[in-house]
Write a protein that binds this ligand. Structure first.
Ligand SMILES: C[S@@+](CC[C@H](N)C(=O)[O-])C[C@H]1O[C@@H](n2cnc3c(N)ncnc32)[C@H](O)[C@@H]1O
Ligand SMILES: [Zn+2]
Length: 373
């Protein structure tokens, strides 16, 4: 038995030693521990103040590490549904559920995920939180997940097709997510926004809206969390394009693409259509911090709170220094100097060398040049 968080999980031995965890006999990826830590905590932050225990569905559960940890470790979870087509995975999940002594909360099934979700689309059968954690893109499951989610519920989704979302295959991104990706230094944010855009378009097909609560990205995956609302007008003004100048750091975020840079008149390239609204929900993040998670998680939620109200898209210190031909500038210097000029600025959890600001391009560059002086 393998330990993750405060739970014991039965996993195939080979998945702990192999570089690419195999599908057989069942899937478990130890590198996914952090995203499951985050999910356990996000579920608590959402559920802790609700009157009834939440219904959580892990529709592509593998050996059940995510769902079992939510059932065992998150606050106020009433019922957990684990579903996976692979019967070996569900057998291991049964052992783990028994081991953790939480059998009364769990329902297991071995159905195709869309079929499973369709069978839970009637009002009484719906879930409060659904996790979609596939190989590759979550888009094949979005429509049925939206139909199986209560209004005000949370949809969590992973993408592992980072090359598509980060601009290596923009045409694949268009057909898979409905928007062109772009190879920029802030492509992690574009990846998140493409996922949210795809979810928003799916929601609008069902007369629903979305309100993102959190997102994060690591080397192998991008994760989004979004609340589903009953008003598709919530999407108005939140879908559009990001246009990036080919010559300078200037970028524009808005309902239309921009062909010419407003700062230097060079041509621009664009990503989208994608989500251009808020990425994080301050109330959920505040609750996440109040619940006092451990070390790295606490730091991440505190840092995320700082950037909630800052503009879309971040700058990367190394990209600016290489553009102006200077040696590296500490990120703290850049942020403090911008604040000293009266601008807002903060780090971003999406990139260690990334910062957000409402400053104009000229003043950002001036700050970087001032470090050289
Ligand atoms: C990336 S793994 C899930 C990992 C798991 N959520 C975790 O945190 O460890 C994807 C799982 O989806 C299952 N699967 C793939 N396609 C499916 C489908 N259409 N319906 C149900 N399960 C499916 C696979 O058997 C595999 O266990
Ligand atoms: Zn420009």
């Amino acid at each position: 038995m393998h330990r993750e968080g405060r739970s014991g999980i039965f996993v195939p031995k080979i998945s702990l030693t192999s570089t690419a965890p195999p599908m057989n006999p069942a899937f478990y990826n130890p590198l996914g521990e952090y995203k499951r830590d985050v999910m356990v905590h996000m579920v608590s932050s959402y559920a802790v103040n609700l009157t009834n225990g939440v219904r959580f569905a892990d529709i592509l559960a593998g050996v059940g590490a995510g769902g079992i940890r939510v059932g065992n470790e998150s606050r106020n979870v009433g019922r957990v549904f684990l579903n996976d087509l692979n019967p070996n995975a569900m057998q291991l999940a049964s052992l783990s559920i028994k081991q953790n002594g939480i059998g009364e909360k769990f329902t297991k099934s071995g159905e195709e995920a869309n079929f499973f979700l369709s069978n839970h689309s009637s009002r009484e059968e719906r879930f409060d939180i659904i996790d979609i954690d596939p190989f590759g893109s979550p888009t094949p499951y979005l429509d049925s997940a939206l139909r199986a989610l209560n209004i005000g519920g949370i949809l969590c989704a992973t993408s592992t097709d980072g090359q598509v979302l980060c601009g290596l295959y923009p045409n694949v991104s268009l057909r898979r997510y409905g928007g062109y990706s772009l190879n920029t230094d802030y492509c992690q944010e574009i990846a998140i926004r493409l996922m949210l855009g795809s979810l928003a378009f799916a929601a609008s097909r069902h007369n629903l809206g979305i309100s993102p609560t959190f997102a994060h990205t690591e080397k192998h995956y991008t994760r989004i969390y979004a609340m589903v609302t009953d008003n598709s007008a919530d999407l108005d003004g939140r879908l559009g394009f990001i246009s990036q100048c080919n010559a300078c750091p200037s970028r524009s975020v808005g309902p239309l693409m921009i062909g010419v840079c407003p700062d230097c008149r060079s041509t621009c390239k664009a990503a989208g259509p994608l989500w251009i609204g808020e990425l994080f929900d301050l109330r959920i993040l505040t609750k996440a911090v109040e619940l006092r998670p451990e070390g790295k998680l606490e730091q991440m939620f505190i840092a995320a709170r700082e950037e909630v109200e800052l503009p879309a898209t971040f700058y990367v210190t190394d990209s600016i220094t290489s553009l102006i031909g200077s040696s590296s500038v500490p990120i703290a210097y850049a942020i403090d100097s911008l604040k000293g000029l009266g601008y807002k600025s903060s780090r971003t959890i999406l990139n260690k060398k990334g910062f957000r600001t409402d400053a104009c391009t000229d003043d950002i560059i001036a700050v970087f040049l001032s470090f050289r002086d």
